[in-house]
Design a protein around this ligand. Structure first.
Ligand code: GAR
Length: 195
């Protein structure tokens, strides 16, 4: 039997997508979530507590670790083949992008190319969608390139923006889509590239 693909998850915040990915691959023999990393320290991000029940420690890395190649070295040492960004809010350096070209996905809480780019992350996106009077929003899974939110789209799912929605209620609806579709999109992409 082939060895499982070793997947790293990088996050910055509450980690709900990281949890949905962990759950999806918990019993998988094809994919092993082998690294969980966060660029915010444990007192500033919920992911550390959230991932403990899965028997996995989330590891903190600094901006310098990301930009000086130390994180990339760590992932190489751990034999990581694939990366899923899950609410990761820092820019990925070019050498890191090249190292995982075609093997790194990101999730974004809008229907790209709408509401993407610099400054468009997390709640800012949902505020902008409501302020623009959009009737629908959703989530996008895309390949990671050097430019924010510009890699080719792999999968999108839409939901309505309802009358009276706040950024928080819209975020909840979009997150539900993310939790449903991101893990299975990762699995499908890995299955395609692994064969
Ligand atoms: C998610 O909605 C994700 O799409 C978004 O941050 C949230 C993280 O939630 N990512 C971006 O905005 C990236 N540009 P989580 O920490 O609970 O998974």
């Amino acid at each position: 039997m082939p060895e499982p693909v070793r997947l790293a998850i990088l996050a910055s915040g509450s980690g709900s997508n990281a949890v949905s990915i962990l759950k999806h691959f918990q019993a998988s023999t094809d994919v092993d979530v082998a690294f969980l990393g966060c660029n915010r320290p444990p007192d500033k991000a919920g992911i550390y507590d959230r991932t403990k029940p899965f028997g996995m420690e989330t590891e903190y890395f600094s901006k310098a670790d990301l930009n000086d190649g130390r994180l990339l070295n760590t992932l190489r040492e751990r034999g990581i083949h694939w990366v899923a960004l899950a609410g990761f809010l820092a820019r990925i350096p070019e050498d890191f992008v090249r190292a995982f070209a075609g093997r790194m996905l990101n999730i974004h809480p809008s229907l790209l190319p709408k509401f993407g780019g610099r400054g468009m992350y997390g709640m800012n996106v949902h505020k902008a969608v409501i302020a623009a009077g959009e009737s629908e929003s959703g989530m996008t899974v895309h390949w990671v390139t050097e430019e924010y939110d510009q890699g080719a789209v792999v999968f999108q799912a839409a939901c309505e923006v309802r009358e009276g929605d706040t950024p928080e209620t819209l975020a909840d609806r979009v997150l539900e889509l993310e939790h449903t579709y991101y893990p299975r999109t990762i699995a499908a992409c890995i299955a395609t590239t692994a064969s």
